[in-house]
Design a protein. Structure first.
Length: 201
């Protein structure tokens, strides 16, 4: 059934075109061509949910400060695929429900982007979806400190991205960053969003 709000349909079509235009997989190593990856490495399947509201906002999370891996970082809701998941879309929806209380029944999945490989040996499939505006989130305190939104226009503008670097395991590593207000969006999250920004028309 067609929406009575034409801008929602326009946004949906724009997002679907953007998804189709992202043709290349990405990785944490894209800006670090000298990195030698270990032979025979096994990538663990994972998925994240790029949930976009009908008002044109991207839902992001701030990971809990006490976590062992990536504490306090800005991320999409998501995680490793479980044996009980039917597919990676199921993984993304399950994780979003667990992490921020997002009801899967209000999510309209539009498609997925090519995978993103992380330095921690995960192969992440980003699932792009639309959700209603004004949802209330319930962050899971064991994993998430905060759920918030950022304007889609910010993350789809390539000019908002910059290349920064820091020393990791004794070497200078470079990455994309797209800060917004108090939120420092960087690493895998920024790289995935930049892929969408490059494909946006």
């Amino acid at each position: 059934m067609q929406s009575h709000k034409p801008w929602i349909e326009d946004l949906k079509m724009t997002l679907c075109r953007t998804i189709e235009n992202v043709r290349q997989a990405s990785s944490d190593f894209d800006l670090n061509s000298g990195v030698v990856l270990p032979k025979g490495r096994v990538l663990k399947p994972a998925a994240v949910l790029i949930a976009i509201t009908e008002a044109g906002e991207v839902i992001l999370t701030k990971r809990a400060a006490h976590l062992k891996h990536h504490p306090g970082q800005i991320a999409f809701a998501g995680g490793r695929m479980d044996d009980t998941d039917t597919d990676l879309t199921h993984t993304a929806l399950r994780e979003a429900q667990e992490e921020i209380g997002l009801d899967p029944s209000v999510v309209t999945v539009l498609g997925n982007l090519p995978s993103h490989e992380t330095v921690t040996s995960y192969s992440i499939t980003p699932i792009v979806a639309m959700v209603p505006t004004g949802l209330k989130f319930t962050p899971e305190p064991g994993e998430v400190d905060e759920a918030f939104t950022v304007p889609l226009s910010h993350v789809l503008s390539p000019s908002n991205y910059r290349i920064e670097g820091r020393v990791w395991q004794g070497q200078k590593r470079f990455y994309y960053a797209a800060p917004y207000g108090p939120y420092y969006i960087w690493g895998a999250t920024a790289r995935i969003l930049r892929g969408m920004a490059e494909a946006f028309q």
